[in-house]
Design a protein around this ligand. Structure first.
Ligand SMILES: [Zn+2]
Length: 155
């Protein structure tokens, strides 16, 4: 999974990601994906997820699109850096329009720099989760993201 482009809008940040081959399209391609994600970021299990059938993200994580997991990883990193958990993300795709394996992921943000930093950190997290990169130090990333915030988050 590769971040293709990032666009900062007034109320959200839009990211286009390219999953490439069909193998890595869903988290079912490798059982270790969900295990690594939750071990690295346990907060993911508590995420609410607005999908059609009222399942929580904990129920969904083992069988969903890889970019949808990326969406939740970004939101979790933002939350760890002090952004409100009420912010929403959204993942959509139209392969016929955009090409196979292209996903559009949008993020609401309270601080654009924290959101951009979380997107960059989440790319490293996804490399590790999908078995193509080293384990990132998410606590160090969280500390770094907090320094990007213009107004310190209230404790
Ligand atoms: Zn979701």
């Amino acid at each position: 999974m590769r971040v293709h482009s990032v666009t900062v809008c007034a109320d959200r940040i839009d990211v286009i990601v390219d999953v490439g081959d069909a193998e890595a399209l869903r988290t079912t391609s490798d059982a270790a994906i969900a295990e690594r994600a939750i071990a690295l970021l346990p907060g993911l299990e508590e995420h609410a997820c607005k999908n059609g059938d009222e399942r929580t993200f904990a129920e969904e994580i083992g069988d969903t699109e890889v970019p949808h997991l990326f969406e939740h990883v970004v939101m979790e990193l933002m939350a760890k850096a002090g952004s409100p958990r009420s912010l929403r993300g959204e993942t959509s795709w139209d392969f016929r329009r955009d090409g196979h394996g292209i996903f559009r992921v949008s993020f609401e943000y309270d601080d654009d720099l924290v959101c951009l930093g979380a997107i960059k950190a989440a790319s490293k997290v996804m490399s590790y989760i999908t078995g193509t990169g080293p384990a990132p130090d998410t606590e160090a990333e969280t500390v770094r993201l907090r320094t990007l915030r213009q107004v310190p988050a209230s404790a």
